[in-house]
Design a protein around this ligand. Structure first.
Ligand SMILES: C[S@@+](CC[C@H](N)C(=O)[O-])C[C@H]1O[C@@H](n2cnc3c(N)ncnc32)[C@H](O)[C@@H]1O
Length: 216
């Protein structure tokens, strides 16, 4: 990895979560996949310029299974953030981005639609990997978007010029009954270990970007 862009946007505060939950099926405006892709491409050019125009998140989230749709506001990157990150990737001429903790694939797929990069997601929940692969196929970006099943530290971080994280480790600190599900072992020890791995990655970073801005 020659450069890392860390784009670490904090998830919503716990008190905001239920209020920010994505509307259920039927409430989202029904745009076609082609229309959504076109709007995201427009958003990508806007991300580097003056204005920003992205589809509302429910328009995209409609293509996720319902139980993953309703947690979108809590776990998946908002499209406006996708657009900002995609703009930075274009500006820095990044070829490949690795998304550590890629979830249902929303970031990788939407950012691929918005720009020209290749994306590799690393995700430890097998069901989310399967959903993400299906999403990439649905939006016809599966030639540029791939997902590796496994946990950080257990599978190698795929080679990439940039690394994206959307607060993947906080769930380790949630009470068990407030986690997304119980399919993976989480906890404070794992939180400490995963943060240490990312800190090592950051030591090799050429540029770091956070929700507060970018430093090269
Ligand atoms: C907050 S979600 C972000 C998903 C995606 N990056 C996005 O923005 O749409 C974090 C994801 O990281 C995954 N995750 C957390 N710790 C992980 C680890 N150590 N290895 C692999 N995946 C992990 C979780 O299962 C979850 O799907």
């Amino acid at each position: 990895m020659t450069a890392i862009v860390l784009n670490l946007f904090e998830c919503k505060q716990r008190s905001e979560r239920s209020a920010g939950a994505t509307p259920i099926a039927g409430c989202a405006p029904e745009q076609t996949i082609e229309q959504i892709a076109e709007t995201l491409r427009i958003g990508e050019s806007a991300a580097t310029g003056a204005t920003g125009a992205y589809p509302p998140d429910p328009v995209f989230d409609r293509f996720l299974p319902e139980d993953l749709r309703v947690v979108s506001g809590e776990y998946w990157t908002p499209l406006e953030v996708v657009g900002r990150a995609a703009g930075w990737f274009e500006e820095l001429q990044i070829g490949t981005v690795v998304d550590i903790g890629s979830g249902a694939g929303k970031f990788c797929v939407a950012a691929a639609l918005a720009g020209h990069c290749r994306f590799v997601g690393v995700e430890h929940r097998p069901r989310l990997v399967a959903t993400a692969r299906a999403l990439a196929q649905l939006f016809k970006v599966d030639d540029r978007v791939h997902f590796v099943e496994g946990a950080l530290g257990q599978v190698p971080v795929p080679p990439a010029e940039a690394c994206y994280l959307y607060n993947p480790f906080e769930e380790n600190l949630f009470p068990v009954d407030e986690r997304m599900d119980r399919s993976v072992d989480l906890g404070a020890a794992r939180h400490t270990r995963d943060i240490a791995i990312v800190e090592q990655l950051l030591q090799r970073a050429r540029a770091v970007a956070t929700s507060r801005g970018r430093r090269s």
